[in-house]
Design a protein around this ligand. Structure first.
Ligand code: IMP
Length: 432
């Protein structure tokens, strides 16, 4: 702090929600900077489980200010639903601001997402169907509608008068039979404006003022490095940047304010979409880890995740593009009881050893993992893990510590946070 970024080093679903919640305790402001309601962050507080798609995980801490930054694409329908749900659970949600520059997901984006996926053949990414790609496409094409526009009826009307016929042509050309209504869209979005207008703000300015006053800001990454539009597994990733640099771009804060980067790594690898996955386990073996783990099903889509061994080629790449100060290693309790625990350290491709993650999907799809086998650690109960946490890291199973030391050796990044269960009480902070 004052600026700490938490982001995923794999294909999303590393357990960022828990680390963001953990770090939010010391933060004054939490800001999301990328993605949209394709994300799913699960936070467990006591016996209560919260699942967020859009709003920052810090919103359940009433004393923190929460910001949805300009880099996020906002589906107002989802936002209204999440706010209402929180209100129904007793939260006032008066600690939320949304960038007036954030782009809006429109119903036609979701329709086009589905139609494009159906037509993309081998380029199909297995999207979450939340309209993310088409919304970012419009942003880049400069035909988007922004959050601040919600409160300007005349502007909305003018935009929709141009955009509805344009999108209708596209939908029909793609073979869709949905008919868009400018009037219905205008009515709905003016309605969202009435409910959401009070959240709209110049959030870059709010962040700038907070940082100038020495307040602590936590930047909450969504998805993961290997889904990043530039650095991820193109074309199977998402449409936003998910790396450290995007925390600055997606929130309107200069890079000098970012003083700590935490890369979240799950102790195994998972993936919900399509595309090559070198360490993927056969279904019956993957199902073992999936079933032991809370929620190895897409938080947004409910799809079972594909599961594989930890891949340090991926994490090494993430270390390079994100410059993390620490790794937060998740779900070490889930891996417990597996002996040996395999870790991929390189790939074999056409008889050569590759230590760096390739850009080409053709190359990646031919890569065979080169494993090192490490001794596993004992499977113990949730209560026993809590005892371990209380006793301190040095009292945790020696093989677990060996495993983490090995991860550091492979990636060059020290482990700073160790997670052995879903709750706050199952977390060891060993950052120096
Ligand atoms: P989209 O972001 O919905 O366009 O989906 C593009 C790809 O990113 C698909 O393979 C999705 O499964 C994946 N994806 C998007 N968001 C997440 C996430 O939060 N966790 C994991 N995978 C995601």
């Amino acid at each position: 702090m004052p600026g700490t970024v938490v982001l995923g080093t794999q294909w999303g679903d590393e357990g960022k929600g828990k680390i963001i919640d953990f770090c939010a305790e010391k933060a004054d402001v939490v800001v999301r900077f990328n993605g949209g309601s394709n994300a799913g962050h699960t936070v467990k507080v006591g016996d209560e489980v919260f699942r967020f798609h859009l709003i920052p995980s810090g919103t359940i801490r009433p004393e923190k200010l929460n910001i949805v930054g300009n880099g996020v694409v906002v589906d107002p329908e989802v936002l209204v639903k999440e706010i209402d749900e929180l209100k129904g659970r007793g939260y006032k949600v008066d600690n939320l601001k949304v960038s007036e520059r954030a782009h809006l997901v429109m119903p036609y984006h979701k329709l086009i997402d589905g139609l494009e996926e159906g037509l993309k053949g081998s380029l199909k990414a297995g999207t979450t169907m939340r309209g993310i790609g088409p919304c970012y496409e419009d942003k880049a094409a400069r035909i988007g509608v922004r959050f601040g526009d919600l409160v300007d009826r005349d502007l909305l009307e003018a935009r929709l008068s141009t955009l509805v016929p344009l999108k209708q042509r596209l939908i029909s050309a793609y073979g869709g039979d949905d008919v868009l209504s400018r009037e219905a869209l205008l009515r709905d979005y003016v309605g969202y404006g009435k409910v959401l207008g009070k959240y709209s703000a110049d959030t870059s300015l709010i962040l700038h003022e907070a940082l100038s006053e020495g307040r602590q800001v936590l930047f909450e990454g969504a998805q993961g490095t290997h889904l990043d539009i530039d650095h991820g597994i193109y074309p199977y990733g998402t449409s936003s940047n998910c790396v450290t640099g995007s925390a600055s771009v997606g929130s309107g804060v200069g890079i000098r304010h970012i003083q700590e980067v935490i890369g979240v790594v799950k102790a195994f690898t998972s993936r919900v979409g399509t595309g090559p996955f070198p360490t993927e386990l056969p279904e019956e073996e993957g199902a073992y880890l999936r079933d032991r783990s809370l929620g190895e099903y897409g938080t947004t889509t409910g799809r079972p995740r594909r599961i594989g061994w930890l891949d340090t080629v991926m994490v090494r790449f993430s270390a390079r593009v994100n410059s993390p100060d620490h790794l937060a290693v998740m779900k070490l309790d889930v891996l417990a009881g597996l002996d040996p625990a395999k870790v991929c350290v390189a790939y074999e491709s056409d008889g050569e050893e590759l230590r760096h993650f390739p850009a080409s999907m053709n190359v990646l799809s031919k890569c065979k993992p080169v494993y090192e086998e490490l001794a596993g650690w004992e499977d113990i109960s949730e209560d026993t893990w809590r005892e371990v946490v209380k006793a301190g890291y040095d009292e945790s199973p020696p093989n677990l510590r060996e495993y983490l030391a090995f991860l550091t050796k492979q990636t060059g990044v020290p482990v700073g946070i160790v997670s052995v269960g879903p709750g706050r009480a199952e977390t060891m902070d060993i950052r120096k």
